[in-house]
Design a protein around this ligand. Structure first.
Ligand SMILES: [Zn+2]
Ligand SMILES: [Zn+2]
Length: 450
C-alpha cells in the first residue's frame, strides 16, 4: 500500500488562509459535490502545528497552557465526531442533497460569486440560530454540551466536537437547500467550522475594530464562560453581528472567566463526555411530574425548573469561586509519556484511515474504528485514575499484538499504520504490555489540583 504523506499537499499559506475564511469564490466553487475537498481533514496537520505553537506562546507569555488530559479529551471528541461521519455518513449533507434534488425552488448557478456569497451569509446566519437553539433547548444542549465541557480554553477546545450534533444541525440548514447547490453548501459548512478553530485561544486579546463585525477570541471566550454574565451569550460563528442584532451580544469584561459547564463534568471519559447530559435529561424527565412539565424538561432551557422562566432563573447560577479549581488528576512522568505515545499512534492511524478509507472494506473500517473507541476510552480511564485502567490497557496492548501477529502471518497489515515504522510501533506495544505485566509502571497519584 502506498504511503500517504502525513502533511498532505497544501502549502502553509493556503492552510493558514483557510482558517481565516480568507478564500475566494473562484478557488472554492465546485460543480460537483465529489470535487469539494475535505477541508477539515486536510487541516489536521495545521491544527496540530497551531496547537504546538500556541503551547509555546502560552509558555512564553505565562498564560495557562494546554493540559494533556484535557487536550486528549478534546482531540478524542474531535476524532469521534469525524469518525461517526464515516460510519453513518454526513447525515447533514445527505439530507441536504435529498431536499435540494427533490424540492429546490430555484437553481442558483454553482459558478456565480453571488451564489457563493449568499451561501456564505446564509450558512452563518443559520449557524447563529442553530447554535442558539443548541443552548436554549435542553435536548439540543445535550448534543452541544460536549463542546463546552472543557475547563480550559485553547485551540484543542475547538476540536472538542459533539457526535450527536452532526445529526441535530441537519434540519436547520434545509432552507438553503431550496436554492443553493450542495457543493457550495458543503464548502461553506466546512469553512464556517474551520474559522471557529483559531478563535479558541487566550493568546489573542483584542482585534480592535474587527471586534464589531467578526466573532473573535474575545467574544468566544465569553461564550465558553460559566460566569453568570457569560451564560447564553455570543452564539455567532464567523460574524458577531447576529448577536448584536438579536440581543445576545456580551463583550468580555475584566472578570476572570471560568470556562466549562455550570456543573463541571469531572471526567476524562470520552464517551461519557458525549452522552452525560442525555442521561441527565432522562433522569430529570422521570423525576418531573406532569406531562407538560416533562415536555418542558426536553424543550425548555437546560436551566429550566418548574415555575422558572424559559431559560431558568439566573439567580440559580452558582457564583464563581476564585481561585478557579479545575478537575485534574496528575499522572507520573512515565504515565504522561505513556499516554502521549499511545495518543500519538492513534492520531497517526486516524490520519491514515481518513486518507485510505475509500480503498478499505467496511468490515476493516469498522474494526479500526472499534479499536479507536477502545483506545480513547481506555486512555481516558487512565487519566481518570480508574482502578481497572491498567488491566484494560494490558488487554488492549495484547489485543493489538495478537491482531498484528495474525495479520502479518497472512502477509497483511492493519492498513492504518505506517509500514515504515511498524517495528517502532510494535516495540511500543510490547514494552507497554511488559510494563503493565510487571505492574510497576504507573504510580498515578489521585490528587485534585488547581
Ligand atoms: Zn456553544
Ligand atoms: Zn467554542
Amino acid at each position: 500500500m502506498a504511503e500517504t504523506s502525513l502533511l498532505g499537499n497544501i502549502s502553509f499559506l493556503q492552510g493558514s488562509r483557510r482558517f481565516l475564511y480568507a478564500v475566494t469564490p473562484k478557488e472554492t466553487s465546485f460543480e460537483k459535490l465529489g470535487d469539494v475537498p475535505d477541508y477539515l481533514n486536510e487541516a489536521v496537520p495545521f491544527f496540530l502545528g497551531a496547537i504546538a505553537l500556541e503551547y509555546i506562546l502560552a509558555f512564553l507569555t505565562d498564560l495557562p497552557r494546554a493540559r494533556l488530559n484535557d487536550a486528549f479529551s478534546s482531540v478524542s471528541a474531535g476524532v469521534f465526531s469525524q469518525l461517526s461521519k464515516i460510519i453513518v455518513l454526513s447525515v447533514e449533507l445527505a439530507l441536504y442533497i435529498f431536499v435540494y434534488d427533490n424540492f429546490h425552488l430555484v437553481t442558483l448557478p454553482w459558478d456565480s460569486p453571488w451564489t457563493w456569497y449568499i451561501c456564505f451569509i446564509g450558512v452563518d446566519f443559520i449557524y447563529y440560530w442553530f447554535h442558539r437553539a443548541a443552548h436554549e433547548i435542553n435536548i439540543f444542549w445535550a448534543a452541544h454540551q460536549a463542546h463546552h465541557s472543557s475547563e480550559d480554553y485553547n485551540l484543542t477546545t475547538a476540536l472538542r466536537q459533539s457526535v450527536v450534533q452532526n445529526y441535530t444541525s441537519a434540519i436547520f440548514y434545509m432552507p438553503l437547500a431550496l436554492a443553493v447547490p450542495p457543493s457550495i453548501f458543503c464548502v461553506h459548512a466546512q469553512f464556517n467550522m474551520l474559522y471557529q478553530f483559531w478563535i479558541h485561544t487566550e493568546i489573542v486579546r483584542s482585534l480592535g475594530p474587527l471586534e464589531y463585525i467578526f466573532n473573535t477570541p474575545s467574544h468566544h471566550r465569553v461564550h465558553h464562560g460559566r460566569n453568570p454574565y457569560c451564560i447564553d451569550k455570543n452564539y455567532g460563528g464567523t460574524f458577531i453581528i447576529w448577536d448584536r442584532i438579536f440581543g445576545t451580544f456580551q463583550a468580555e469584561t475584566d472578570e476572570e472567566i471560568a470556562y466549562g459547564l455550570v456543573h463541571p463534568l469531572a471526567s476524562w471519559d470520552p464517551i461519557w463526555t458525549q452522552l452525560c447530559h442525555f442521561s441527565h435529561i432522562w433522569k430529570t424527565f422521570w423525576e418531573t411530574s406532569g406531562v407538560t412539565n416533562k415536555l418542558f424538561v426536553i424543550f425548555k432551557g437546560p436551566g429550566w425548573t418548574p415555575g422558572s422562566p424559559r431559560l431558568g432563573d439566573p439567580a440559580d447560577l452558582p457564583e464563581i469561586e476564585y481561585p478557579i479549581r479545575k478537575y485534574d488528576n496528575s499522572l507520573s512522568l512515565c504515565g504522561t509519556l505513556y499516554a502521549l505515545v499511545h495518543f500519538a499512534v492513534a492520531i497517526v492511524a486516524y490520519q491514515l484511515l481518513i486518507a485510505r478509507r475509500m480503498g478499505m472494506t467496511q468490515l476493516h473500517v469498522a474494526g479500526v474504528i472499534s479499536y479507536f473507541l477502545f483506545t480513547m476510552s481506555s486512555v481516558g480511564a487512565l487519566f481518570d485514575n480508574k482502578w481497572y485502567a491498567p488491566y484494560v490497557e494490558l488487554f488492549r496492548c495484547l489485543l493489538f499484538l495478537i491482531v498484528d501477529l495474525v495479520l502479518s502471518s497472512q502477509n497483511l497489515d492493519t492498513g492504518v499504520l505506517p509500514t515504515k515504522y511498524i517495528g517502532v510501533i510494535r516495540g511500543i506495544f510490547i514494552t507497554s504490555a511488559l510494563f503493565w505485566i510487571t505492574g510497576s509502571f504507573m504510580s498515578a497519584k489521585k490528587t485534585k489540583t488547581e
